[in-house]
Design a protein around this ligand. Sequence first.
Ligand SMILES: [Mg+2]
Length: 310
Amino acid sequence: MRSPPEVRSKFLGAMVGSALGDAIGELAFRGLGEAALREEIARRSELIYTDDTAMSIGLAESLIQVGRLDEQHLGDTFRANFQREPWRGYASGPPTIFRLVERRGLSYSEAARSLFGGQGSFGNGAAMRVAPVGLFFYASPDVGQQARISASVTHVHPIGMDGAAVLAWAVARAVKLSPQDPFPLEDFTQGLVAQAQTSVLREKMALLKDLIAAGASPSEAAGRLGRSVTMHESLPFALYAFLRHPHSFEDCLFCAILHGGDRDTLGAMACAVSGAYLGIEAIPQTWREKLENRQYIEQLALQLAEMSQG
Ligand SMILES: [Mg+2]
């Protein structure tokens, strides 16, 4: 049975939107303002994505090939994609894990646990790539737990896993909401708080809820929520960008990437949710056409839609 057109549009919106958030976020490291950045996008013949999207592609490929999350297959897919394109801007964690798996015969999660003195990484890497999990399991009450499994291949610190669960839940919830209805802000922000299992992330989600309710400006929110490469200092501001601009993909994107910090990943996370909520039609056609590897990313999105447990 084919999934309905609106679901396919939302899957395309999440996958293409996240990749564009990554690619345009990477361009924003030049420190341009919105007008100059728009000109830069117009000048480019192609918008090139980074490790965030490379790993999101790997997650989609593994889900499609296996039909469920298999940690070994997922890790092997990440590793093969890294070895083919090591220049995508990976942080040091994944290549270190891949080496440990190859040379010492560890499982991916054992190798991931050996990082940072045995506590594992609480970087934002497991959330930046998690959109395919939120899509594939969008109708499942288990989406958060599935996201934690997908995280464990590289990020075993509780905060690193927690953020992946929160963002996957947000993507799944966004798929199920109609952008024609009023946005259920209270319900959505309460859901974010409820998904977080660590006190660090739960407190950040509660602060996010308060800042959105109080109409806090992006610069105030960025200062109080953070925007570094750690999970708890980037995921909350990415979600702020979406919640501040739920009805505009473009405004969400520029909010996420124009306040410094880990811009490509902030863009990838915010735009995964925005695209899942608004659908592919909300993303400017001229940007979509310039996305590197667009046809393949769209194909993965449509395969996920066909296979999702909707
Ligand atoms: Mg990146």
